[in-house]
Design a protein around this ligand. Structure first.
Ligand code: NAP
Length: 508
């Protein structure tokens, strides 16, 4: 089977802007798609010269609003624009567009003839920006009327189950002369695992935040090729992943995929965004995913679905790692062990005996941390906004508990040898330009009411940003501080070992 090509979709306002984006990623792509509909009016008339400027096989696309594009001037004007772009075809094919995208219902024979005469391929496309498309095999067969046409079906999935159906239906497709994909962040697996879908190409785009096509769920070509090693994925590639919701940002693919690369393993680790764990688990089984990291909010649901669970999972009541073995699915928790390794490395302490520890928060991560603190023989008090959650967790380990507010300042002082912050307050709270951290406020610092004295050891398990407002405040009076990055790394290294049986050395 031919390998899927990497195409970059260029959605700049001018041809020069598009060339600049192309040059940024040129070494990672095989072809480019010029989205004429995104260009300013005065630039649209100049597109005929673009293939010569791009010096790479290029797709000509003028996408209408109804298909998710920006062209709203009507079909007559679109036909004229296509004609101008395809006119005066050169015998030197590199000066012509290599492909032109015509939608299923856009059949203008003079334009089709022009494309055929100059050796361009037609991408015959169907888009549904609202709903999933089913019966893929039949539709692909109906779309393709000649060997010069590449049928393309792209749709917006509602749930991960729609993406799963696409993978299942694609098994019936024969060769790699088609493009089938699910759009949006849910559809990301269909872009990375294009080989599994036997696709002719996969679409990528510039990673800039103001990209006009970010709703399509593209990733940039460099990430696709370097992080996900797209060009090495084949039928023997073992697939792993991370599931959660909304899973908007995760550092785990970079860690795991680096590990496979260093060890020369034919494996890939992908984000599997799913609103429910059941959907993610069904998807994993359907496409043969062998193991997954599980994050917010699926850790408890994952525990219930496993055939076998470790004791730590039973006590913590959360499972952040699932692995398929011969006799079923196994559930593990590497949050507590990752935290333990990070804490020991940071403090140099082998035991917490004799230490009074404050655990801020009583959510899923706090449960793993309370388990670790107990094993390390620490004495703790759990502070939480919802007191009931603090009391239930404290009861399991014989710890104290208290509310999270100014009324608990004295209690917090009593347990201030080590303060472990586990709430999501402070997460994604980025510093203003030129500053190391954002100033602490009641809204971003869970213990804003507590004045650090400098003797406290402070561990914040949040890793985005590197310095939360609370951690910044602690640093300001010379407390010893640590953020959640090492915990994240160590829990991932352990997952890597559970997935592959090999030790992690991706940092080498
Ligand atoms: P979770 O189960 O949803 O628990 C969230 C906790 O934060 C609860 O204690 C909740 O209190 C508290 N909280 C949320 N918003 C609050 C607010 N505005 N004021 C006061 N308390 C608030 O989430 P989780 O799984 O424990 O994760 C929590 C954080 O840890 C996240 O930022 C996550 O990224 C991070 N984490 C890091 C690692 C790592 O490896 N470094 C691993 C796991 C998690 P209530 O009970 O009152 O709602």
């Amino acid at each position: 089977m031919d390998r899927p090509k990497v195409c970059i979709t260029l959605a700049g306002k001018s041809l020069q802007e598009d060339i600049d984006i192309l040059n940024k990623y040129r070494k990672f792509v095989n072809l480019a798609e010029l989205r004429v509909d995104c260009l300013k009016d005065e630039e649209r008339t100049l597109v005929r010269k673009f293939p010569q400027m791009a010096k790479i096989p290029t797709i000509l696309t003028i996408r209408r609003n109804v298909d998710g594009g920006q062209f709203s001037e009507g079909e007559a004007n679109r036909t004229i624009l296509f004609a101008k772009a395809l006119a005066f075809g050169s015998d030197d094919k590199t000066k012509n567009f290599a492909y032109v995208d015509f939608e299923e219902d856009f059949r203008v024979s003079s334009l089709q003839d022009a494309a055929f005469v100059y050796g361009m391929k037609i991408i015959r496309s169907v888009h549904n920006m609202e709903n999933p498309i089913t019966n893929i095999k039949q539709k692909i067969e109906n779309l393709s009327t000649s060997e010069y046409e590449i049928p393309k079906i792209a749709f917006m999935p509602h749930t991960l189950a729609d993406v799963q159906r696409l993978f299942e239906e694609a098994q019936e497709l024969k060769d790699s002369n088609h493009i089938v994909l699910a759009m949006g962040p849910l559809g990301l697996p269909s872009r990375i695992l294009s080989y599994r879908l036997k696709n002719y190409l996969t679409f990528t785009s510039d990673s800039s935040p103001d990209s006009k096509i970010s709703n399509l769920g593209h990733i940039d070509p460099e990430t696709l090729v370097k992080t996900y090693r797209f060009n090495d994925i084949d039928e023997n590639t073992s697939v792993y992943g991370i599931t959660g919701w909304p899973l908007t940002a995760t550092g785990s693919p970079a860690i795991h995929n680096k590990g496979y690369e260093v060890k020369n393993m034919n494996s890939v680790y992908i984000p599997v965004r799913a609103e429910t764990f059941d959907e993610a688990f069904s998807f994993a089984k359907a496409i043969g995913i062998k193991g997954m990291s599980v994050t917010i909010p699926h850790k408890e649901s994952a525990r219930i679905k496993m055939d076998h669970t470790e004791n730590s999972v039973k006590t913590i009541e959360a499972c952040n790692t699932i692995v398929q073995k011969r006799d079923g699915w196994y559930g593990y928790n590497t949050d507590w062990s990752g935290f333990t390794r990070a804490l020991i490395g940071f403090t140099g302490l082998k035991t917490l005996s004799g230490k009074n520890i404050a655990i801020i928060g009583a959510g899923g991560a706090a449960k793993a941390i309370a388990y670790a603190v107990k094993l390390l023989k620490g004495k703790a008090c759990i502070f939480n906004r919802t007191l009931k959650r603090a009391s239930s967790l404290a009861k399991i380990y014989g710890f104290k508990y208290a509310s999270l507010g100014p009324e608990s300042v004295k209690e917090l002082r009593k347990y201030s040898d080590i303060i472990i912050q586990t709430t999501s307050k402070g997460m994604n709270c980025y510093p203003p330009k030129g500053k190391e951290f954002a100033p602490s406020t009641e809204d971003n610092d869970p213990i804003y009411f507590y004045p650090f004295k400098g003797h406290e050891i402070v561990f914040d398990i949040v890793y985005e940003p590197q310095t939360t407002p609370m951690l910044g405040r602690a640093k300001g009076v010379n407390c010893k501080t640590c953020n959640g990055q090492t915990m994240l790394d160590y829990q991932a290294y352990e997952q890597f070992e559970l997935f592959t049986g090999a030790s992690y050395n991706g940092t080498n």
